[in-house]
Each structure stands twice: as C-alpha cells, then as structure tokens.
Write a protein that binds this ligand. Structure first.
Ligand SMILES: O=C(O)[C@@H](CO)OP(=O)(O)O
Ligand SMILES: [Mg+2]
Length: 399
C-alpha cells in the first residue's frame, strides 16, 4: 500500500543562502520521498505565491498535512495534488504557499516511485516513455536580476544540439563555460559569477554575444559536434514606462522585436526566452511570426507554467515553446497539464531550474519523463550539477 502516513516539513538552505521549504513524505509500506522548493529572482508577475518558508510550513501543517496523511495514496499524483489545491483553496497557493505545495507534490511523487521500485522519471513518464534525452541549455554568461553590473540580457545559454549523448552535452557546456572564462581573461575582463554560476562580467551585451560565439565555436571545433547558443532576455525585468531599458539606452517594442530578430539571424540562435514583456502577447506573436520557423521563442514569465495563460498564448500564436517550472504553478499535476497542452498544440516544453536552487534533482526526471527537447539547469556549481549528474545517471540506468 502506498497510503501517505507522514509529511514533515522543514527549512533548509538554498543556493543563495536563503531558507526554503523541504518536504519528506513517508508511506505505509515504507516508501520515502524528499524534495525542496526552488525560488526565483526574476519572477513573473503571475506566478503562484511563494510565502516566507516559516509561514508556508505552518500553513501547510495546518491545512494540507491533515488532508494527506492516511487519506491519499502517494502513487496517485493527481489525488495528492488535488488535496493540496483543496487544502489551499485559492488559485495561486497564497494560503499554504507554492513553496510548500511544490515541495510536498514532488516529495510525494518520489515516495510513489520508491514504493514501485521505479526511478522517478519512469513513474512520472510511464512505461512507454520515449528514450530521448533533453539537450541541456547551460548558462555561461549572465546578468540581469542574477548579477549586478553585468549584462542586461539575463542569460547567454550554450546549447550542444549535436551532442551524441546527454553526458557529452553536459561536458560540452562545461567546456564552453571554461572557454568563456579564458576569453574574458584574454580580454582583461574580470568576472565574478552570478546566482546560477554563469560568468557575470561588466561587458556590454554586444561583447557577450561575441564571447559566446567564440567560446561555442572553439568548443564545437574541439569536440566535433554542433553547439549553438540561445538567450533568456527576461525582458519583463527591463520593461518600464513602455520601453525596454538597456543601461542608459532604451528600445521601443518595435525596436526590441527588430533587435531580437536580428540577433537570431546574426548568431543563429537556437532559443530565445522572454524576448518581450510578460503582458505583451501581441509582441510575442509578431516575433514568433518573424523568426519562429528557425528558433524557439519560449514563454517563461509570459506563461508561468499556467494553462490559462498558455491557452491565451496559443490563441494568438504568442510563442512556439513554454518554460516549465513546477514552483511557478505549485504542483507536478499542473506542470504536466501545461506540458500536455503545449504538446497538443505543437509547442515544445522546456523544463527549467530557478536561480535559487537546492540539491533536489526532480527536474532532471521531469525532463526525461516529458520527453523535453531542452532542460535549462545551469552549467557548473553544485545545485546545478546535481541535476546534470542525475541526467547522466538516468541515461546510464543508474538511478
Ligand atoms: O528567468 C529564469 O528563467 C530563471 C531561471 O534561469 O530565473 P529565476 O529563477 O530568477 O526566475
Ligand atoms: Mg526566464
């Protein structure tokens, strides 16, 4: 039997040194699952609500735990997540906190997998899951909300699309990260690291494009397979008073669309996330119309893993992919619904970490379970390598 017999919650450290919620779920037959909530810095306006961990834990103990313990089967994820929603009673988890909800949802999934003796990706993806692996999008240079005084564009992401295996892809991104450091050195530019372990040099976006192009092509030559790159512009963070702010310069929406379209062609970008403000479905649609045949235009803050917002986007052709972050919506069931709606409409679903992370590896399993073309989960740094190494283990049948 997989009935949940205990849910315990505690505060643990995240990678920024902030407290976050960790959940342990135990079942009648001895199944065990543990998971921790990640946390964003460049959060979308429409994300589910993250409460201060102490409050989220107290509220979840009061409202959610009694609805789970002795009531729900860990293997029945829909039932677990419905109990979380019922316990919360709001649209956006403002009562128990999306951080408590997602930690419990993921921990229950792991307990369910444990009971079955199956790896999590198989429990979530089913026996007839494909045998594809996601290409890791690796954050190599970044700024925005993740590092002060660095690039305006939040993330420059290496994408080893031609790697023959997930392991070679992971190591390729690490090489691009190392090569970018050498190039910065050659140019005499010192660089600290941002929240996700990307280099955070005080260079212009134009210079970051050059460095990425050089780093990617050097590693491509060395390894002999295709490596491209992409961006998370996180444009909502730049958008104020109707214009996009690049330091002292500004761009109107039309100029922003032209700029991104030009960069897609000049650098053969494989992926562009949040090129426009989170409320600008029309701008997204125009850009997708212009370049969506040759690159992924991905909605993160635009869709916030929410099926209603995604449906709005589908109706106007606002993007051709969606970023999936379980904590933006609060449960794995909701995240799966978003993946399903996207794929029914011919859109790609890309699975993603947050800038504040823990050693939790759930998203590696989620990416394999959902057959995601890409997973965005950093390049180096422990909380990022936890997921990358888990992908290697999954490919090696070692989880
Ligand atoms: O914008 C993003 O895609 C993420 C992760 O890279 O950042 P944050 O978690 O700060 O929202
Ligand atoms: Mg983003």
């Amino acid at each position: 039997m997989t009935r949940i017999t205990s849910v315990s919650l505690r505060r643990v450290l995240d990678s920024r040194g902030n407290p976050t919620v960790e959940a342990d779920v135990l079942t009648e037959s001895g199944g065990f699952g543990r998971a921790a909530a990640p946390s964003g810095a460049s959060t979308g306006e429409y994300e589910a609500i993250e409460l201060p961990p102490t409050e989220a834990i107290a509220a979840a103990r009061r409202h959610a735990v009694p609805r789970l313990v002795d009531e729900v089967y860990a293997g029945d994820q829909r039932e677990v997540d419905a109990a979380l929603r019922a316990a919360d009673g709001t649209e956006n988890f403002s009562e128990i906190g999306a951080n408590s909800a997602v930690a419990i949802s993921m921990a229950a999934a792991k307990a369910g997998a444990d009971v079955l003796g199956a790896p999590l990706y198989q429990h979530l993806g089913g026996a007839f899951r494909g045998d594809n692996f996601p290409t890791p999008l690796g954050n190599v240079i970044g700024g925005g909300e993740h590092a002060k005084e660095a690039t305006n564009i939040q993330e420059f992401l290496a994408a080893p699309v031609g790697a023959p295996s997930v392991s070679e892809a992971v190591f390729a991104n690490a090489k691009v990260h190392a090569r970018a450091s050498e190039i910065l050195d050659e140019r005499g530019v010192p660089a600290a690291k941002g929240d996700e372990g990307a280099w955070a040099p005080a260079v212009s976006d134009a210079e970051a494009f050059e460095i990425m192009e050089e780093a990617v092509s050097d590693v491509e030559d060395e390894l002999g397979f295709e490596i491209r790159f992409g961006l998370d512009i996180a444009a909502s963070e730049m958008f104020e008073d109707g214009v996009y702010h690049y330091g002292d310069e500004t761009k109107t929406t039309d100029e922003q669309i032209d700029y991104v379209a030009e960069m897609v062609d000049e650098y053969d970008l494989v992926y562009v996330e949040d090129p426009l403000d989170e409320n600008d479905y029309e701008g997204f649609a125009e850009l997708t119309d212009r370049v969506g045949d040759r690159t992924l235009i991905c909605g993160d803050d635009l869709f916030v893993t929410n099926v209603d917002r995604l449906q709005e986007g589908i109706d106007v052709g606002a993007a051709n992919s969606i970023l999936i972050k379980p904590n933006q919506i609060g449960t794995l069931s909701d995240a799966f619904d978003a993946v399903e709606l996207a794929s029914r409409n011919g859109m790609d679903a890309v699975i993603s970490h947050r800038s504040g992370e823990t050693e939790d590896t759930t998203i590696a399993h989620l990416a394999v379970a959902t057959d995601a073309p890409f997973i965005k989960t950093g390049t180096v740094q422990g909380e990022r390598t936890a997921k990358l190494n888990e992908l290697i283990r999954i490919a090696d049948d070692a989880v």
